[in-house]
Design a protein. Structure first.
Length: 76
């Protein structure tokens, strides 16, 4: 992994932490992680309901945020 990729990942991790704190009380947010899209790191937010999409910003601290509606998450 190059130094640039490492710094991009570090920025994405910091953005993920910031967004996780911001969305921690939203019951429709069922997961937050990092993903790669078009060669760049993004913060990926998994949602239980499409109605939550407008509550998720398109970017945080310069890092793009993507959403995916996956439905409710239940333990097995």
């Amino acid at each position: 992994m190059t130094d640039r990729a490492l710094s991009e990942r570090a920025l994405a991790r910091a953005a993920k932490s910031s967004l996780a704190a911001r969305l921690s009380t939203d019951p429709d947010v069922v997961g937050i992680g990092l993903a790669r899209r078009s060669g760049a790191y993004v913060v990926k937010v998994d949602l239980a309901d499409e109605g939550a999409v407008p509550r998720v910003p398109g970017q945080v601290d310069g890092v793009r945020v993507v959403t995916e509606v996956i439905g409710a998450v239940r333990p097995l």
